[in-house]
Design a binder for this molecule. Structure first.
Ligand SMILES: Nc1ncnc2c1ncn2[C@@H]1O[C@H](COP(=O)(O)OP(=O)(O)O)[C@@H](O)[C@H]1O
Ligand SMILES: [Mg+2]
Length: 264
């Protein structure tokens, strides 16, 4: 595997250092080391079940490593108690894999939720924030709609508006385009680009949608067998000689996978 290149010399926003995580006998992260630089979008690609969501959950403390360290702006965070982690968590927005809207709440209340949880905002401030975030995602005036009345793409955009509610410094996107048609996927891609450019959000996008990866990435890293095996710009990854990386970005099955088909 090629050496990891392009690590920034500045202190990264997030740093994983030799992180190991297993669930019983299943080793998911196996000595993962990764720097996430500021004000850029880093895309993490990798096959399903490879640990991409697990990686994101470690960043916000939903999962803790078995060993290794995680840093935020140079400060170690993996060993912090929930109380100490609270102010740091507020600096992150998380777009969950399945949007995870509250179906019993209207769109406005979904976006208001993180603000109400954090406390200290007036009703006017909350209404203003909801209005502002809905406009950013192109759904101005949809406060009173119910999640059930929205399309998949609209639900994602509401979830993104909610992830933006606290003006996060870092946005974590878990498979933001999965399940959407190419046009609606592209709307989400454009939004990711807009948030990075307009609001200088540091983005981490986990995906196996290569069209989305190439469109939004400043840098692409590949997670395989519990480690980062490749890291570079979109052009660098396109030219990467590693056969496993090429197979993945071109969506080609391996000989072993094809052999398994023959046996069916
Ligand atoms: N809380 C958990 N308990 C047990 N196994 C888990 C847990 N979370 C994830 N896994 C397993 O870890 C592996 C990686 O999961 P995940 O990060 O969700 O993959 P993906 O790359 O598709 O996002 C999978 O085999 C999954 O079943
Ligand atoms: Mg996942």
């Amino acid at each position: 595997m090629p050496a990891i290149s392009k690590q920034s010399s500045a202190v990264p926003v997030i740093r994983f250092e030799n992180v190991h995580k297993r669930f019983g006998p299943l080793v998911v992260l196996n000595g993962l080391t990764l720097d996430i630089p500021a004000d850029q979008t880093t895309v993490v690609i990798g096959p399903s079940g490879t640990g991409k969501s697990v990686l994101l959950k470690h960043i916000v403390g939903l999962l803790k490593p078995d060993s290794g360290e995680i840093y935020f702006h140079g400060r170690r965070i993996d060993n912090l108690a929930d109380k100490q982690l609270e102010p740091i968590r507020k600096r992150f927005g998380f777009l969950f894999q399945l949007s995870a809207l509250f179906d019993s709440m209207d769109v406005g209340e979904n976006i208001a939720f993180p603000l109400r949880q954090a406390g200290g905002f007036t009703e006017t401030q909350i209404a203003q924030t909801v209005h502002e975030k809905l406009a950013i995602v192109g759904l101005a005036g949809s406060e009173k709609k119910m999640p059930a009345d929205l399309s998949g793409g609209q639900r994602k955009r509401v979830a993104l508006a909610r992830a933006m509610a606290m003006n996060p410094e870092v946005l974590l996107y878990d498979e933001p385009t999965t399940g959407l048609d190419p046009i609606r996927s592209d709307v989400i891609n454009e939004l990711i680009l807009k948030l990075q450019k307009q609001f200088k959000v540091t983005g981490i996008v986990v995906t196996h949608d290569m069209a989305s990866a190439f469109k939004v990435a400043d840098r692409i890293v590949m997670l395989l067998h519990g480690k980062i095996v490749y890291c570079g710009t979109a052009d660098e990854i396109r030219a990467c000689p590693d056969p496993e990386v090429q197979r993945f970005i071109q969506g080609r099955a391996s000989e072993a996978e094809l052999d398994a088909l023959d046996r069916l």
